[in-house]
Design a binder for this molecule. Sequence first.
Ligand code: SF4
Length: 429
Amino acid sequence: MIIHDVICPFCGCLCDDLELECEGGKIIKVQNGCALAESTFMTDTRLPAPIRRTESGWEEISYNEAIKETAEILQGADRPLLYGWSSTHGEAQSVGVHIAELIGAVIDNTSTVCHGPSILAIQEVGHPGCTLGQVKNRADVIIYWGCNPIEAHPRHMSRYTTYATGFFVPDAQRERTVIVVDTRRTDTAGIADEFVQIEHGGDYAVLSALRAIVRGKASVIPAKVAGVSKEQLIRIAEICKTAKFGAIFFGLGLTMSRGKYKNIRNAIELTDELNRHTKFVISPLRGHGNVYGSNEVFTWMTGYPFAVDFARGIAFYNPGETTAVDILRRGECDAALIVASDPGANFPRAAAAHLAKIPTVVIDPHVNATTALARIHIPCTAAGIDAAGTAYRMDGVPIRLKKVIDRGYPDDAEILKKIYDRLNGGKGP
Ligand code: SF4
């Protein structure tokens, strides 16, 4: 059987043109996807049942036992943390927020270690963005700043930018100018028309210099700014000012380098400045398939996009204090529920070590590095493979993920609803 128009749930591009060939309840071929999509659909390392850590190793337990024990762990905790949510659908994310509110927990998503600074900057100065469709059809200048889409979002360039034929850009390869700004020569830099190599931590200075040049104040710029020559900066500013439509995409190289959210604020203000001359937009390249959705769901339910603390009985948001990494590093939380993410693989050592000290429950389709720190791991469906649901693309467009196969696992939203029921004396959210 061939299934058409399948959405790949792996990265924020949520490519919606995949074709899957299924046979005997298995996916045997993935067409149109990149290598990441192929391994997403073809690899399945799921446990057959939930597991619980014992003194001598792991033992299999039933879903009912796992759900009961998880509810007891959360119920008995003074400062529970619910973290992750970016690789599952909005339906599971919304149950997570209900649980957090019910038990007075902190709920945070993976933006806390990726584009949290982008959100803080957008809260301060707004977001001159647009859909990826607009970029595909109109943009003749593309800037990738602090990101490497060839490795992290392999089809971004072929679907929306460098190689994508657009309505107003019929000969994309000739008509689009691609500029890459990075501290090292990445694969993406290798195919750019202009590569701007900046010194580590120099993003803020380079953005400020570009703003000054666009403002007509090139005379105040020194001969070199963070390793970039004044001539190149003037050339880049000119390319941007004379574009018909420009788009800046930025990644963790900008959000997580020195300056953090101030870098993004400066980049947005550069975009504003360029809009005095032409049309320019800016957008973060979001990583996990539905990390944008976790910000959306959290915001429409609590008013805040991540790091929401219900300990006071109301939603409280203070990144740096209520963010998962900070709570763990301070050794503050005494139980954790990790859903659809792998903090054990990417949190700072002290934060990950605290997860191993407290009762941690993982609800995730696959065994991952966090499993090694956990007391219980509950396997579930993978959104977009054996569960349908809503996800948000990196440009904020909601897309319905398809269920393409049945592998016999319960949906994580169902598992979470059962945990909620237990915590709430049998009454659902
Ligand atoms: S670019 Fe991202 S969404 Fe598209 S097929 Fe590759 S991994 Fe999937």
